[in-house]
Design a protein around this ligand. Sequence first.
Ligand code: BMA
Length: 330
Amino acid sequence: MNKIKQIITGAALPNIPWEEKPEGYRHIVWRYTKNPIIPRDLIPSSNSIFNSAVVPFNGEFAGVFRCDDRRRYMQIHSGRSKDGIRWEIDNESIKFICDDPEIKKFEYAYDPRVCWIEDRYYITWCNGYHGPTIGAGYTYDFKKFYQLENAFLPFNRNGVLFPRRINGKYAMLSRPSDNGHTPFGDIFYSESPDMCHWGKHRHVMSPRGRWESTKIGAGPTPIETTEGWLLIYHGVLTSCNGFQYSMGGAILDINQPWKVLHRAEPFLLTPEELYECVGDTPNVVFPCAALYDAPTGRIAIYYGGADTVTCLAFTQADELINFIKSNSSL
Ligand code: BMA
């Protein structure tokens, strides 16, 4: 923790949830010993709470949570926490304020990301509109939520905003998909002058075999570092038993984020613990958010376990970036 050089470009978060790497642990990302932090039934209405996004908020923490309810509707809920570990989640799902009845019509919402840009928290999620696409909205207080136009045409998933404008434009990663359990998927970059009209689509990266052989998708909001944008993403392997979701890492160019500078060949985390291997969908680690404390380089990653529970893992920015660079192949 005694870092000499600050690698992350951003704010301090001294109260970041944190646990030191266990003695003798060999890998770059380590799990919180009290995982899962959110059980499937934290709120009365939920079947499962996973693939969720959190941010620092007023000295504490807030977030948007994927709660599949006991009818198995996929919905997103608002939540708060003092320490980023113990969460209070609203039993009622978020009801977006929206003038346009066409956009407001709710089909389903899942896999939210939350991203502070300039003056508000933007939320992106997989939104049902004649198939899955990228829904977008914002909040100032995690009480009132406003819905914007869907960013893209169906079918698309894993819309992840960058935390600041790039070359004057809002910027988003996404993963065009199909209407089902998509057997393909590359990450693309798009930009927008107004969070409504998206274009200048650029290819970022493709699956490339092994643990990321079927499809990939951006995870948490990319973290700005002196080496480029640190991107944590998921990669999917198709085994004879179905999909297996692991976590990987890459570094994207700061001004042209569609250019991949480094990409680690080994995964960062793969389903190994019971709460990742057993659940509604076995063998899934699905990262959707990361908190960081810039001066110390501490990073806390929030991920879904087996489409059932929410978990926490930790890493250190300098070690992670060295690992990605020294194990990179493009
Ligand atoms: C994806 C999404 C994720 C889920 C994953 C594994 O297509 O539905 O929400 O975690 O599959 O089932």
